[in-house]
Design a binder for this molecule. Structure first.
Ligand SMILES: Cc1cc2nc3c(=O)[nH]c(=O)nc-3n(C[C@H](O)[C@H](O)[C@H](O)COP(=O)(O)OP(=O)(O)OC[C@H]3O[C@@H](n4cnc5c(N)ncnc54)[C@H](O)[C@@H]3O)c2cc1C
Length: 308
């Protein structure tokens, strides 16, 4: 049996990946998307997207992600749900290994996005899903009427705290600095929320509970005092980190681990393009991810023509 070689193989089925796929197939190229979880990527973690143009009402990320997938598949893009575990990108035909098999392509668009950052505390992995969470909009409903805390002080943390305040009895926002980094749009809602307590200059130093989280130890960085706070849930919202472990030996990454690529999405290896949150860029949003996807597909098409 002859092996199928795709014109374009996209790793990651978020907004960047499926926009790349849409543009690739509409340019007459064969295209496979490999996605390890669900179409939509990080968008699936939010119920409310209000800044992606074209919608008169809020839209949830899962619906938008599914629509992006269907939009690409309408023109012939294919999806395989599988996790990419190894890549060989420095040969004319690129080899992509997944848990379930192997795939070949003339060009690869890396659209693996970003994922939540961990606190790095002992037993954090063990308690994940057992009281420790990273997505308030996904898991907040499990804590209806209960007491939870959010760690972080940026826009995501404050948005999570406000969202949880509508569900939970009490929300404690734990921030290591003396001011929040959230934008002004959150100020009034935060002041009006009666059930949000903010602990500034504070850090979580230990996760408590056996089998399920029952509380955390909080240390005041100014006084050095520690206190055990009883909690039903803890949401860690301290930023995101790029999903680039697969590429650290073959593509140039910046100090934070993002793939070095400009607006043209061109990486340090010919025939390999990086689109969306995974690449170096000033603004990581859906609209910039989709823009990258379109540019990357065009770049892949140009590369293929140049090669022939
Ligand atoms: C809670 C939350 C709310 C947000 N709200 C907004 C908003 O309102 N407006 C806005 O513009 N932006 C918002 N964002 C940001 C936005 O979701 C991202 O900028 C955007 O999703 C980035 O798209 P992407 O395609 O580059 O990457 P991602 O969305 O991260 O998608 C990457 C995909 O690659 C897959 N993948 C990774 N590694 C592998 C592998 N080895 N094998 C196979 N598949 C793999 C992942 O499973 C994922 O589906 C939000 C993000 C979060 C987390």
């Amino acid at each position: 049996m002859t092996k199928e070689i795709f014109d374009v193989l996209v790793i990651g089925g978020g907004p960047a990946g499926y926009t790349a796929a849409l543009y690739a197939v509409r340019a007459g190229l064969s295209c496979l998307v490999l996605e390890r979880m669900a179409a939509g990527g990080q968008m699936c973690e939010t119920m409310h997207i209000d800044n992606y143009p074209g919608f008169t009402e809020t839209i949830d990320g899962f619906t938008l992600g599914t629509a992006m997938q269907q939009g690409a598949e309408r023109f012939g893009a294919k999806t395989v749900y599988d996790e990419v575990t190894a890549v060989k990108l420095d040969t004319p035909v690129k080899e992509i290994t997944t848990a379930g098999g192997g795939y070949f392509a003339h060009t690869v668009i890396v659209a693996t996005g970003a994922t939540h950052r961990h606190l790095g505390l002992a037993r954090e992995a063990e308690l994940a899903g057992r009281g420790v969470g990273y997505c308030a909009t996904c898991d907040g409903a499990f804590y209806r009427g209960k007491s939870v805390a959010v760690v972080g002080g940026g826009n995501s943390a404050v948005a999570d705290a406000l969202y949880l305040a509508g569900i939970c009895e009490k929300v404690t926002l734990i921030h290591r600095r003396d001011t929040l980094r959230a934008s002004r749009i959150h100020e009034a809602p935060l002041q009006n929320a009666k059930n949000i307590e903010i602990r500034y200059d504070s850090e979580v130093t230990a996760l408590l509970g056996d089998g399920h989280l029952t509380g955390v130890t909080v240390r005041n960085k100014k006084t050095g005092e520690t206190e055990d706070v009883a909690l039903d849930g803890l949401f860690i919202s301290i930023g995101r980190t790029p999903v680039t472990a697969l590429f650290q030996d073959c593509l140039t990454l910046d100090a934070s681990g993002y793939i070095v690529a400009g607006e043209d999405t061109v990486t340090s290896l010919s025939g390999i393009f990086a689109a969306g949150d995974v690449r170096t860029k000033p603004l990581r949003q859906i609209v910039t991810a989709t823009a990258d996807g379109a540019v990357a597909a065009e770049a892949a098409a140009a590369y293929l023509v140049g090669k022939q």
